[in-house]
Design a protein around this ligand. Structure first.
Ligand SMILES: NCCCC=O
Length: 475
């Protein structure tokens, strides 16, 4: 029998008034194991009404009061990690160890970070910038935030959105992806035991539900992690009502490998890991290698060897699991079916097995800058290789895409690392590493990767509005 999920509105689990459901599929088997409400206007209205009402009180709490509750959420995530992991592994098919080691403890840490950050919001000191007048800066919550989250890291991406929004004193209506709602509903169960009713609400559903959340008149700000197309559509909708917008829209990370790297094999192994992690379904995946022409052959061989040795599946030895859904499998397969004649598939390039949506670790060499696999996000376990001649050529190719989320430089020349970091047109640049992130540092892009930062105090600031209060104080 399949589980039937419910929405979480005003502190209670409730059936959707729409009466409609969609199937939730385990991507490692292709089998339906749950059903989620496809929420309609009435459901979304109820969630926003609850969030707006809760804001009257939550928006007046002190940072310390909110911090104490966020710390309790972090503790509850640790205590109930097994439940979250089970929900997420079923949602996504990802290997249990990856979830237990890389995601759930990090999600708890994000709540702890934002609990602390809420109490230390900074701005210019109060003072007399005009004679006889004292100026004060206030960071205030914005109101009700509508949030839409993706299917690659469903729980983690929800936490990236929820934690700063709540820490700043906002209330939230969140819609998870229709293919992966289960772990977010689990999160609602955990958070719902701790926060006052209405502060955090979850409505499940499809794109239309997402559009209702984004367009809702009670949403003062909308935040999404998703595709460029989805982000543009959100920004257009939000523009009609001048809502604030926060967009994290994917990437096409360049991985610039210079001829002076100390250890080609070690770099290739690290880059394969960062490109194939989570089946490459990561907006920061190390998916687009640019290697100096003088070491191309040796590097391509080492990368191919590392990729080919990467295990996919659900077992304990698996590094990554399946693609998330049949549409994504079709998308990745489509790119591979259109590999241009001047390029060659060095390893992989095909689906694996009869069950679920597994795809082989794949390396494609010899691509050119205007090839679709270089220009567009594949979001699968696929790493492309191009060559460059010098720093200028590397930069032109690295920056020559519409995305601007993240990239990396691999070199043992410090000056070169600094020059490249400055000139790479990406919101996150790694040097001699790729993909790690921390609660304290911002994650967010430039260009078509969107605007607004997740994580860090910058993320917290994005969920506040700044008010200048000026007092006439006399002589
Ligand atoms: N590596 C974290 C990426 C978040 C979005 O995909």
């Amino acid at each position: 029998m399949t589980t039937r999920l419910q929405n979480f509105i005003d502190g209670k689990f409730v059936d959707a008034r729409s009466g409609r459901f969609s199937d939730v599929i385990d991507p490692s088997t292709g089998e339906v194991y749950a059903q989620a409400p496809v929420s309609g206007q009435e459901d979304v209205d109820a969630a926003f009404a609850a969030a707006a009402s809760a804001f009257d009180t939550w928006g007046q709490t002190t940072p310390g009061e909110r911090a104490n509750l966020l710390l309790k959420i972090a503790d509850a995530i640790d205590a109930r990690a097994d439940e979250i992991n089970e929900a997420e592994c079923r949602n996504t098919g990802k290997p249990a160890a990856r979830m237990a080691e890389d995601e759930t403890p990090v999600a708890a840490d994000h709540f702890r970070f934002f609990a602390g950050a809420a109490r230390t919001l900074e701005g210019p000191s109060a003072g007399e910038f005009l004679a006889e007048h004292t100026s004060v800066i206030r960071h205030e919550p914005i109101g009700v935030i509508g949030q839409v989250t993706p299917w690659n890291y469903p729980m983690m991406m929800a936490v990236w959105k929820i934690a700063p929004a709540l820490a700043a004193g906002n209330t939230v209506v969140l819609k998870p992806s229709d293919t992966t709602p289960v772990s977010t509903v689990k999160l609602a169960e955990i958070i719902g035991d701790i926060l006052p009713a209405g502060v955090f609400n979850v409505v499940t559903g499809d794109r239309e539900t997402g559009a209702l959340v984004v367009g809702h008149p009670l949403a003062s700000m909308v935040a999404i992690t998703g595709s460029v197309g989805a982000g543009m559509s959100v920004a257009k909708t939000a523009a009609d009502d001048l809502k604030r917008v926060h967009l994290e829209l994917g990437g096409k990370a360049p991985v610039v490998v210079f001829e002076d790297i100390k250890d080609i094999k070690a770099a290739a192994e690290a880059i394969a890991g960062a490109g194939l992690y989570n089946a490459g379904q990561d907006c920061t995946a190390a998916c687009r290698v640019l290697v100096h022409e003088s070491i191309h052959d040796e590097f391509a061989a080492a990368l191919t060897e590392a990729a080919a040795a990467t295990v996919t599946g659900t077992g304990e030895d698996a590094f990554y699991g399946p693609l998330n859904n049949p549409t994504q499998l079709e998308r990745v397969t489509g790119f591979l079916s259109r590999v241009p004649a001047h390029a060659s598939v060095l390893t992989g390039g095909h689906k694996l097995g009869d069950q679920g949506y597994f795809f082989a670790p794949t390396v494609v060499d010899g691509l050119q800058q205007d090839d679709e696999m270089v220009q567009n996000e594949v979001f699968g376990p696929v790493i492309t290789i191009q060559t460059f001649t010098d720093e200028a050529d590397a930069l032109a190719k690295a920056n020559g895409v519409r995305y601007g989320l993240s990239g990396s430089v691999w070199t043992s020349d410090h000056g070169r690392a600094m020059r490249m970091s400055k000139r790479l047109d990406f919101g996150v640049v790694w040097v001699n590493t790729h993909i790690p992130f921390v609660s304290e540092m911002p994650h967010g892009g430039f260009k078509h990767s969107g605007y607004g930062k997740d994580l860090s105090v910058f993320g917290l600031h994005d969920y506040t509005r700044v008010k200048h209060v000026m007092h006439y104080i006399g002589e």
